[in-house]
Design a binder for this molecule. Structure first.
Ligand code: PRP
Length: 219
């Protein structure tokens, strides 16, 4: 007896905030019919029956957690978040959206020689400690949840590790970049079990998005 292949609903975890609009635009260019109120709604779960999808709107840092636990089959997450969270998800596609980079920055008065026990403020404690350990530098990490650039100005930290996009936040707060750490873009991530159980939909989604990312149809 041949097993009938049924199309199940695919649950997609989307990051609220700066990546969201670009991710939605990418899905629309891949011809997924998302409801027009998608961007404006305050709802955290949005069903798109026509696309065969349910979207859950999460904090960017939490997207890999939803995908790892399988409550979302797939998701869109920044490389920064993936490096920080180290969740058990497959990173299958570089979406090449929201490009930025991770950098170390400080006030121009920062003096490395006078720096005995350097304090680093960051939203990315794991990523930052790995980076400085690899550099053979001992530092104290101070975890913050945002407005990282404030920390050196008020004397909470000597340096910061944060993402830089336009560079405006650093500039307007009088900070200078000391080191570029790594480029960052958003990635398409998949739950390993979903990849087996819903391979039909997931493969198709990866193919359609990939065609747009690579400058194919609809882009
Ligand atoms: C991010 C990042 C920097 C800023 C960089 O913060 O943490 O502060 O954007 O962007 P720019 O180089 O274009 O100025 P976000 O706006 O996400 O808010 P947050 O400070 O609350 O994390």
């Amino acid at each position: 007896m041949t097993k009938e292949i049924t199309r199940e609903i695919l649950t997609v975890a989307m990051p609220k905030g700066r990546i969201f609009d670009e991710a939605v635009a990418l899905l629309r260019r891949a011809n997924y019919p998302l409801p027009p109120e998608f961007e404006k709604s305050r709802k955290l779960i949005i069903d798109s029956p026509d696309a065969g999808m349910r979207f859950i709107l999460a904090k960017p840092m939490d997207v890999p957690t939803y995908v790892e636990h399988g409550v979302a089959d797939v998701g869109v997450a920044g490389k920064d978040v993936l490096l920080e969270e180290k969740r058990d998800v497959y990173e299958v596609l570089d979406l090449k959206i929201s490009p930025c980079y991770m950098a170390v920055a400080a006030l121009p008065t920062y003096n490395p020689k006078a720096d005995i026990a350097s304090k680093i403020a960051t939203k990315y404690p794991n990523l930052a400690s790995t980076y400085f350990r690899e550099q053979g530098e001992q530092v104290e990490i101070i975890k913050l949840n945002g407005s990282i650039e404030l920390a050196p100005i008020v004397g909470l930290a000597d340096r910061i590790v944060d993402i830089v996009s336009t560079g405006r936040t650093l500039k307007e707060n009088g900070l200078i970049e000391l080191e570029t750490m790594m480029p960052i873009t958003s990635r398409f991530v998949v739950n390993p079990v979903s990849y087996r159980m819903k391979s039909l939909q997931i493969d198709e989604m990866v193919e359609r998005i990939s065609a747009v990312v690579e400058g194919g149809e609809g882009s």
